[in-house]
Ligand binder design. Sequence first.
Ligand code: NAP
Length: 328
Amino acid sequence: MQKRPLFSGGPLVSELGFGAWAIGGGWGKQDDAESIATLHAALDNGINFVDTAQGYGDGHSERIIANALRDRSDEVFVATKTPPDAGPWPPSPYCRWQDRYSAAYLRDNVNQRLKNLGTERIDLLQLHTWTRAWNDDPQPLLVLRQLRDEGKIRLIGVSTPEQDQSCVIQLMRDGLVDVVQIIFNLFDQEAAAQLLPVAAETGTGVIVRVPFDEGALTGKFTGDHTFEDSDFRRHYFAGDRLQRTVGRVDQIRADVEQFEIADQYTLADVALKFVLARPEVSTVIAGMRSVDQVNMNSRAAGLKDLPDALLVQLRRHNWRRGVWYGGK
Ligand SMILES: NC(=O)c1ccc[n+]([C@@H]2O[C@H](COP(=O)([O-])OP(=O)(O)OC[C@H]3O[C@@H](n4cnc5c(N)ncnc54)[C@H](OP(=O)(O)O)[C@@H]3O)[C@@H](O)[C@H]2O)c1
């Protein structure tokens, strides 16, 4: 497994990271024993970066990771997230950091994260969301600096709100974050406009989440697929969204099939290698919930780079999904 610096001058992490949302819950049935085996398989494949959050099963994901990897904690870098205190998600333009990420709240929350992870220092603490309303008075990040100086956290990050990912650019330029966690995939390529170049310019690390658009970019869904009641994708892909997404995935497949590599690369492979083609990316955290998925994705990470001509062709699949006049 190839490694990359987590940020300029930072520790080396595997370019394929482990996204630990689904093992926490909210994705339909998931057996803890399978989750534990999956985590071990990941480490056995050379994956040394795991991303979790309080929000993944109200700490369940964090606790599984802590228990499963207790004897292997020196082999793995664990990143977690603190959500904002009660209020709208993502934070509205009128939210005040004093109500969502006060110093007292952050201190208390970080102590909970330490307890769940069974550690005395968190490798990377990310604020789970943000709003540009706080950019000019980013006190929560200064509180995290104090916690870092006190030895409770090692590194500081912010995970972007998906509707306004570029809001973290100012934080990167102001040197307030070691890493940002962003969406960058075949459908959402907006980060290429400025966020990724600014990461290179500032040496900020980039953790890429949702490389498969919650599974769709692996090409395994048909338009009539149904998700379990307890799988959040039942809502994410509600109405005609899944059919529209599958139609777009078919167009990607048709493009890939014009290239010789189509014989050796699955669509999931292409989705991961598309992200890894960007040198600004430190690690891509694919969500994985079975040993098979770990093995498939680890194999993909080791494949040769995609041809430049295909990378250029794939740019046309950027999909401004949130723009109404973009049509259905
Ligand atoms: N706001 C935030 O900060 C935020 C938001 C979302 C995610 N994240 C982080 O990013 C990570 C990755 O995102 P994600 O898990 O939401 O989505 P994702 O990586 O796009 O998709 C993951 C899902 O795809 C399926 N899958 C994985 N590998 C596969 C393969 N090789 N072939 C076929 N199916 C495969 C699995 O689900 P099925 O088998 O059930 O299809 C898996 O749970 C999360 O786990 C989490 O750590 C952070």
